[in-house]
Design a protein around this ligand. Structure first.
Ligand SMILES: NC(=O)c1ccc[n+]([C@@H]2O[C@H](COP(=O)([O-])OP(=O)(O)OC[C@H]3O[C@@H](n4cnc5c(N)ncnc54)[C@H](OP(=O)(O)O)[C@@H]3O)[C@@H](O)[C@H]2O)c1
Length: 261
């Protein structure tokens, strides 16, 4: 399966980001390699890692050994905010560990202190301008923190990766991202969700799928990027098997309403 065969969102610079990606936090060593290789074999074409996850080497090896072309896999990594002043060497270490010349998306993992915020963002923009990453963004930023970056540099983050799921649904926060041209990427879709909630089990039953698949499809139908993590082969494949159904407008409203409970 090619990147263009699955739902994607367009980032600035004509960068296509698959809406469904594969999370790798807490997967390390051989388990990380096996999980990423299984994900790529299943059809995932978007991988989420970070300097702090300690698995970039395994992620890179799985990409190489998958037999896929580099341009057919979207790779995100993240710089921890305490690397301020050492952003470039941190990215170079990520590229070396991943075994690539460029990542697709480089994020600030969470907001640095107020004084470090703009200098660090400028370093990410510089790395993008030098083609070390195709796009740049942030993670765990509030809307006002995003606005500060834009006011100082006139460059908005392509993406903000934040904790998200049906129980955290916030229509206004989603709209604030859309209004600013910032793609909302959700993380921890399952950890933030009660998968036994009757709304989710009811919709799952109607489609002959699992509540976890409903949660993933709900993100995709909102055009919100979602990056479920699993090291379990059956879950890796079930979490990708969400392209044969979609939620009705009424079902979308019911799941959205879980966020207001
Ligand atoms: N930017 C940030 O600050 C930040 C923070 C947290 C996460 N993230 C990213 O987002 C990714 C996803 O978030 P996450 O790992 O925190 O949580 P998650 O994807 O919501 O949940 C992962 C957990 O759910 C289990 N699971 C996977 N598929 C399942 C299914 N179909 N049914 C039931 N349980 C299932 C996994 O178990 P098994 O692995 O045992 O199958 C694992 O215990 C991370 O891996 C990371 O890449 C980013």
């Amino acid at each position: 399966m090619d990147i263009t065969d699955q739902p994607t969102v367009l980032l600035p610079g004509e960068v296509r980001m698959p809406l469904l990606g594969f999370g790798t936090w807490q997967a390390t060593g051989p388990a990380a390699y096996d999980a990423v290789l299984a994900a790529l074999d299943t059809g995932y074409r978007h991988l989420d890692t970070a300097t702090l996850y300690g698995n970039e080497r395994e992620v890179g090896r799985a990409v190489r050994e998958s037999g896929l072309r580099r341009e057919d896999v979207f790779i995100t990594t993240k710089v921890p905010p305490d690397r301020v002043g050492r952003e470039r060497e941190t990215l170079e270490a990520s590229l070396e560990a991943l075994g690539v010349d460029q990542v697709d998306l480089w994020l600030i993992h969470w907001p640095p202190s107020a004084t470090d915020s703009i200098p660090m963002w400028r370093e990410l923009l510089a790395a993008r301008d030098e083609n070390l990453t195709r796009a740049v963004g942030v993670s765990n930023y509030s809307t006002s923190q995003i606005d500060e970056l834009v006011q100082s540099t006139e460059e908005n983050p392509a993406v903000n990766q934040i904790r998200w799921g049906p129980m955290l649904y916030d229509r206004q926060r989603h709209a604030e991202h859309r209004d600013r041209g910032v793609v909302l990427e959700g993380y921890s879709p399952f950890k933030t969700t009660d998968l036994s909630d009757p709304v989710l089990t009811g919709i799952a039953g109607a489609h002959g799928v699992s509540p976890a698949q409903v949660v993933l499809r709900w993100h995709i139908d909102h055009e919100i990027v979602v990056i479920p993590k699993s090291v379990t082969p059956e879950r890796i494949s079930a979490n990708f098997d969400v392209f044969h159904f979609s939620l009705t407008a009424e079902e979308m409203r019911e799941v959205d309403a879980l966020g207001n409970a």
